[in-house]
Design a binder for this molecule. Structure first.
Ligand SMILES: NC(=O)c1ccc[n+]([C@@H]2O[C@H](COP(=O)([O-])OP(=O)(O)OC[C@H]3O[C@@H](n4cnc5c(N)ncnc54)[C@H](O)[C@@H]3O)[C@@H](O)[C@H]2O)c1
Ligand SMILES: [Zn+2]
Length: 528
């Protein structure tokens, strides 16, 4: 079951559940569990409060330091550290070499509730309890931030935390994670897990649908994974009507929708049936629109097969097609019945497509996940499943707050205002993800120029994008043309030019208070 013999180390503040979660994981994986605090107590023959009273904190920290070195030499352990054990950088470094180190986090109020005045915590001795917890948390924040992986446990059950930790530790396990999404039209789940495709029939048997299911498939995704999908659907008692679509944005049209209606009717798809979109954003959008309108709407299932579709287009309910006058001009909001996301499908995705999806993931990090961004900075695409899962959380958070795109959802357009201009002026030679990468740099430069963010931000973002193989600069295009393209595009849609600008990683604002001169200057700078 376990791919590597790497240890799994759980650290984080007291009350975040390191011990309970650690024990549960050890049991699931049939591994030895080490609770550092308990082991030190056993070896010293006294409790931690006693060690503190008798020998002082420095003595205790020295025991932790030794133990970290000792455990780093072993394999296949699940380790729960003391809350302060990995604050010294050397302890963290020692363990990181042979372990996946994960920091469990939790909101202050919930920590207080969980600790409930526990007197066995010497670090909290003296002074007002709440104040002690608050200051200690603040004091340790920078050190916890250095830990590569984070799981926020505030609203999660132990079981849910266990699943997330397993995902992070690159340990294969079989039940998909469920990410709930709430919309005004009702809620649904994103079923997420490596190998989830093998369980598609079983997973869909929970849904209230009849046997007839129209599978609208991207030709390439079908070629690689179609046989498996089909046999798994049949195994789940479903009767698939397979409709393959040629790949490419040029097919995201009303003609394709009309073609799909014909196939649905011929294939006997009725209201009890469902449409399963199997492909990237193009198939998801076009099949989704057909599902939303056929017979005034039949249930839609999304099974994204590109990175972009997994982290972006399959989430949020927007479906639609292009019009000769512009992209995505015709569409609808739908609530899918479920989304099934299996990162293994990406094994066959061409690298250029993968990179484009990564641009949207960097965007997600800048918008709402410093942990994701830091991971990309320090580890690149290592542990892609976790990266995807984290990016999904960011998008889910944004669309739940603004399901119909009336406000906050605009943040998802970080880099996109410029990207649309760049794509247009390049005659679509620049791929969408590439244009978004450059667009994000323009947005950072603009933010820096107007004093919104600190100077280090541009190079941090640029380093991440470059390491992922994405472009960040352009030479051939004229800034004036790009600006013109941006402005006309917006005007035609009756919208004002709005800019999404970063104040910091995880903190962006939407503003229209940017002059043409400022935008042009940023576009000029990016040619350097
Ligand atoms: N609805 C939304 O909220 C939303 C959000 C963002 C983007 N979009 C739309 O998404 C579309 C772009 O989506 P995309 O980037 O997924 O492009 P895409 O659907 O065109 O897929 C990209 C390429 O990958 C191939 N492919 C797909 N899965 C594969 C697999 N597993 N193995 C090998 N090849 C595979 C396809 O055949 C295609 O050639 C655009 O039309 C955009 O407007 C929609
Ligand atoms: Zn995009």
């Amino acid at each position: 079951m376990v791919k590597s013999g790497k240890n799994i180390v759980l650290t984080g503040f007291m009350g975040t559940g390191k011990t309970v979660v650690g024990r549960a994981i050890a049991q699931t994986l049939d591994r030895e569990f080490v609770d550092m605090d308990t082991l030190i107590e056993q070896r010293e023959g006294m409790t931690i409060p006693e060690i503190f009273t008798r020998y002082g904190e420095a003595y205790f920290r020295e025991r932790e330091r030794e133990l970290c070195r000792e455990l780093a030499r072993r394999r296949n352990l699940v380790i729960a550290t003391g809350g302060g054990a990995l604050i010294p950088g050397e302890n963290l470094r020692a363990l990181t070499e042979t372990s996946t180190v994960i920091c469990l986090t939790c909101d202050l109020e919930e920590i207080l509730r969980r600790l409930n005045g526990d007197e066995n915590r010497p670090m909290l001795w003296g002074g007002d309890w709440r104040e002690r917890v608050r200051t200690l948390l603040e004091h340790r924040k920078a050190a916890y931030d250095r830990i590569p992986y984070h799981v926020d446990t505030t609203h999660l059950t132990v079981e849910e935390v266990v699943k997330r930790v397993l995902l992070l530790s690159d340990t294969r396990f079989t039940t998909p994670l469920r990410i709930p999404v709430t919309t005004p039209m009702g809620s649904y789940e994103i079923l997420f897990g490596e190998g989830a495709l093998n369980q598609v029939g079983e997973l869909l048997s929970d849904e209230q649908i009849g046997a007839r299911i129209a599978v609208v498939a991207d030709e390439n995704a079908w070629e690689f994974h179609g046989a498996k999908l089909e046999s798994n659907l049949r195994r789940g008692g479903l009767d698939p009507l397979v409709i393959r679509l040629p790949s490419g944005e040029q097919h995201k049209t009303l003609e394709t929708v009309s073609f799909l209606y014909d196939r649905f009717i011929e294939g006997g798809l009725d209201r009890q049936g469902a449409v399963l979109a199997f492909g990237g954003g193009v198939v998801g959008d076009v099949a989704g629109f057909a599902a939303a309108t056929y017979l005034r709407g039949v249930p839609l299932l999304q099974l994204p097969t590109t990175l972009l579709a997994m982290v972006d287009s399959s989430i949020g309910g927007k479906v639609g097609v292009d019009h000769p006058r512009g992209k995505n001009l015709v569409g609808a909001f739908v609530r899918p019945l479920a989304v099934l996301t299996d990162p293994r499908l990406l094994d066959t995705l061409p690298p250029a497509e993968l990179r484009c999806g990564l641009a949207e993931i960097v965007k997600a990090g800048i918008i709402g996940s410093p942990a994701l961004f830091r991971h990309l900075e320090s580890r690149g695409t290592e542990n892609l499943a976790w990266i995807i899962w984290e990016a999904i959380q960011v998008k889910v958070g944004v669309v739940e707050e603004d399901p119909y795109e009336r406000g906050r959802r605009a943040v998802l357009n970080l880099g996109h205002t410029f990207a649309h201009g760049l794509e247009l002026v390049s005659g679509y030679h620049l791929r969408h993800g590439e244009a978004v990468a450059i667009g994000m740099i323009v947005a950072c430069l603009l933010a820096e120029q107007i004093g919104l963010c600190s100077t280090g931000l541009v190079s941090r973002v640029e380093n991440v994008l470059v390491a992922l193989g994405l472009p960040t600069r352009y030479k051939e295009l004229s800034p004036a043309d790009v600006w013109q393209a941006m402005a006309t595009d917006k005007k035609r849609r009756g919208k004002r030019l709005r800019y999404v600008l970063p104040r910091n990683i995880g903190d962006v604002i939407v503003t229209s208070k940017v002059t043409k001169e400022q935008a042009l200057r940023a576009l000029e700078e990016v040619r350097a």
